[in-house]
Design a protein around this ligand. Sequence first.
Ligand SMILES: Nc1ncnc2c1ncn2[C@@H]1O[C@H](COP(=O)(O)OP(=O)(O)OP(=O)(O)O)[C@@H](O)[C@H]1O
Ligand SMILES: [Mg+2]
Length: 251
Amino acid sequence: MGFAYPESRRSIFERFSLEARPGEFVAVLGPSGCGKSTLLNLLSGFLRPQSGHVTIDGAPVAPEHPALGYVFQSPNLFPWLSVLENVRFGLRMNRRGTPQEQRAIALNFLRLVGLEEQAEDPPHRLSGGQRQRVALARSLALEPRLLLMDEPFAALDSMTRSALNDELLRIWSSLGQTVLFITHDIDEAIYLADRVLVLGLPPTGITAEVTIDLPRPRDQRGTRADPLFAQLRERLSEQIAKLTAGNQRVI
Ligand SMILES: Nc1ncnc2c1ncn2[C@@H]1O[C@H](COP(=O)(O)OP(=O)(O)OP(=O)(O)O)[C@@H](O)[C@H]1O
Ligand SMILES: [Mg+2]
């Protein structure tokens, strides 16, 4: 596919191609401004490519595609709704089940992310990490086959981030969605993914693709202590450094 924002002449993507197999966890790394969020917006149908197309299971995407879940960088919760009602919101919009069933589903996903007890609280009473958990539960409640995540844990401290990484992997291994996860953090990408892509500045596209053969289930101590983890970090750091070096030359 090819894409440029209408108001600028510069292409963000040219002859860009990406395919994920069902249930695959793909992480995307790349410098700020390389087009990561743009990519997710194209994959979700919020933006349309000028050439080529985006499909899920062979069908074109659209913003309200039922197979799509989107977790943004900031949780974007409705402040006037309780935590439970925020999670229930999508189910209500999609008319999935009776209100009682919707509440039960929402509560179940809140339980999955460890927030059952905050169900009746308004979002402002939650911490940043808890709000991001609610956003995750809200997307998961719709049982998407493709989950798009745009640096969802970037604003969190490293302990909370690690805990949420583990929760995400646990949920993913039981629900089996395809995940496209954007991050700036090399370790996070390796820890989570089956495959890591590195994006260069526009319109470079994918400059590296690294398969992560670390065994699953992963765990913070064992996985990070695996010598392969260090090798993969080294390889990806090198790729990122090349991009940054290229960048400096341009400036
Ligand atoms: N609405 C827009 N109109 C024009 N240009 C845009 C628009 N949104 C983003 N861009 C440009 O497109 C490029 C890619 O932006 P994008 O937000 O996808 O980057 P990113 O990789 O997500 O960056 P970050 O890591 O900082 O979130 C940037 O150069 C940005 O200035
Ligand atoms: Mg972005």
